[in-house]
Design a protein around this ligand. Structure first.
Ligand SMILES: [Zn+2]
Length: 192
C-alpha cells in the first residue's frame, strides 16, 4: 500500500529584499502561504488563491523558467483552428514531496490489515498523508495590506535573509530554508 498524495501549492513573496512567511497553525512552522489545490484548479492559481486567503495580498505568480502565455479560455472560445491547444503555465521554483501526517498512513494501513474502520487523526481529518507541493515565486500585485481571512493564522510577517539566519525567534525547516534561498536568488533575477 502506498501513501495517499495530496497536491498542494504555495508561494514565497519577495518584497523589498524580504520574504513573507506565515506560521502554520497546525504545524507550528514558518512557511510560505499555501494549501490544497482544489479539483480542476491549476497549481499556480491555487497558490495565488491561498496566498490571498491567508494574507489578504493579491500576488502574481512568477515563472522560474520562461513559458508561453497562451490561455485555455482562448483556445476553448476561439473559432479559429490556428489557436494552439497546448497551454504552458508558470514553472514552480521547486516541487517538494513530504510527509504531512505519517500517522494517518500507518492507521489506514493497520485498519486495512485488521479489517477495522479507519479514522484519520483529528488534526488532519481530511486524511492527509504525503503532500506534493508546487512552490512558486510571487510578486505583489496590489496594495500591501496584510489581512488574513477569519480563521487563518494571524502570524504573518516579512523577514530579511539576514534575520532568517540570525534570529532566535525563527528556525526554518531545512527544506523550507532551501526553498527560501532559491526564492531570494530567483527574485534577484526576475524582480529587480
Ligand atoms: Zn492533504
Amino acid at each position: 500500500m502506498t501513501p495517499r498524495i495530496c497536491f498542494t501549492a504555495s508561494a514565497f513573496l519577495i518584497h523589498q529584499q524580504q520574504v513573507l512567511l506565515i506560521k502554520h497553525k497546525k504545524l507550528q512552522m514558518w512557511l510560505g502561504p499555501g494549501g490544497h489545490i482544489d479539483q480542476d484548479e491549476l497549481p499556480h492559481l491555487a497558490a495565488a488563491r491561498e496566498f490571498l486567503e491567508e494574507t489578504g495580498l493579491q500576488v502574481a505568480i512568477i515563472s522560474a523558467l520562461p513559458f508561453s502565455r497562451s490561455s485555455l479560455e482562448e483556445s476553448i472560445t476561439a473559432t479559429s483552428s490556428v489557436v494552439p491547444t497546448d497551454v504552458f503555465h508558470p514553472v514552480p521554483l521547486a516541487v517538494n514531496e513530504h510527509w504531512v501526517c505519517q500517522e494517518n498512513f500507518l492507521a489506514r494501513q493497520a485498519a486495512m490489515a485488521t479489517g477495522t474502520v479507519y479514522q484519520p487523526t483529528k488534526l488532519w481529518s481530511k486524511g492527509c498523508e504525503r503532500h506534493l507541493n508546487f512552490t512558486y515565486l510571487a510578486r505583489l500585485d496590489g496594495p500591501l495590506e496584510i489581512k488574513p481571512a477569519p480563521g487563518e493564522s494571524k502570524e504573518v510577517r516579512f523577514f530579511s535573509q539576514q534575520e532568517l539566519v540570525s534570529s532566535l525567534e525563527i528556525t526554518l525547516a531545512p527544506a523550507i530554508a532551501t526553498e527560501v534561498a532559491l526564492a531570494f536568488k530567483l527574485a534577484k533575477k526576475h524582480c529587480s
